[in-house]
Design a protein around this ligand. Sequence first.
Ligand SMILES: Cc1ncc(C[n+]2csc(CCOP(=O)(O)OP(=O)(O)O)c2C)c(N)n1
Ligand SMILES: [Mg+2]
Length: 410
Amino acid sequence: MADQPPLSLYVPEPAVRPGDTPDFSNVIIPKAGSVDRPPVDADPESIRDLAFSIIRVLNRKGEAVGPWSGLLTPDELLEGLKHMMTLRAFDARMQTAQRQGKTSFYMQHMGEEAVSCAFRQALEPGDMNFPTYRQAGLLIAGGYPMVDMMNQIYSNEADPLKGRQLPIMYSSKEHGFFSISGNLGTQFVQAVGWAMASAISKDTRVAAGWIGDGSTAESDFHAALVFASTYHAPVVLNIVNNQWAISTFQGIARGGSGTFAARGLGFGIPSLRVDGNDYLAVHAVAKWAVERARRNLGPTLVEYVTYRVGAHSTSDDPSAYRPKAESDAWPLGDPVLRLKNHLIKLGAWSDERHTQAEAEILDTVIAAQKEAEKHGTLHSGGKPSTRDMFEGVYEEMPPHLRRQRQQAGV
Ligand SMILES: Cc1ncc(C[n+]2csc(CCOP(=O)(O)OP(=O)(O)O)c2C)c(N)n1
Ligand SMILES: [Mg+2]
């Protein structure tokens, strides 16, 4: 073997680094309306190309085109626009609140608002999401009170989770939002397990699992695909490819070729890629996948192609690892602007009405914030009581906790 060149490993590298010109030439974007819409019971073998393309509805002129269009009325689209605008305004206020020391930690959704807001509209009451910290749009679009989210962010006396979770790790069974697990990847196995339980108990509710591009490298991702495909679990498996996993570019988890969606093909799972910044496309694909689950046709894997515009969290500074202007160069645009332009094109909206709606939404968010701050913020006002720490976990408190509570004198 002495005449063989030495072996070496391939280590994927991002195309550009801080100071370089952004380069998204590797993101191949098909024309809006150009990807087929197969029937939901299509043979997975016959739709393999959907894992390598990008389903898009809104074209550059703001028109909705092609076989995935036409599912939502102008009123429903307007509602969707307001959900995304609310999430964006909420994020901006909470980001500032963190800088003001009112909370320890916050994570924004900037640029990814369409993914969770539009997906939520494809579900029925009783369906269950297993989300990550980047899907608060499921709650905003699902009608969960903003003030409850803020109470948790502030860890105040009205925190619905009583200080047991990180500020943004919400939980609401009634809103189909399973407690966020901090250990990424677990959402996928939990969603598949919940979906299997729903089928075993002959229920009609379906589940949705959520994972980021980086987290698909966790073994839980693959284990979930094994169980979902073997038992045809009624679950939608969502991969949000926002190009970054903190400072790690998506090519590390994906490897040098293929797509995240294509990982489902080896399991025989119908796998689709969709423009994550196109509210209409996200909703149409979500509907397709949810219908498959509901009709007992089994799992669907969906990759949302999007971009994380903001920092990973309030503890992160992206200028250390990517060009400052990279988000401006992202070729799929801004989801809020794209839906706004579509509604203007339909004659259902205008710049003036948009500006007015922005002001009204900001007022609503500020009012919720004032209400939450009456109950305290991180360093001032009321806190969850020490007694609360012992409640709400066990139906009947075990003896060791009773002893500890006595020792704490509460
Ligand atoms: C099992 C596990 N490993 C590591 C972390 C630390 N961590 C938190 S967020 C994150 C990046 C995740 O990136 P991605 O999956 O792409 O999701 P995104 O934040 O982009 O939505 C990491 C590594 C974690 N929470 N859980
Ligand atoms: Mg990511």
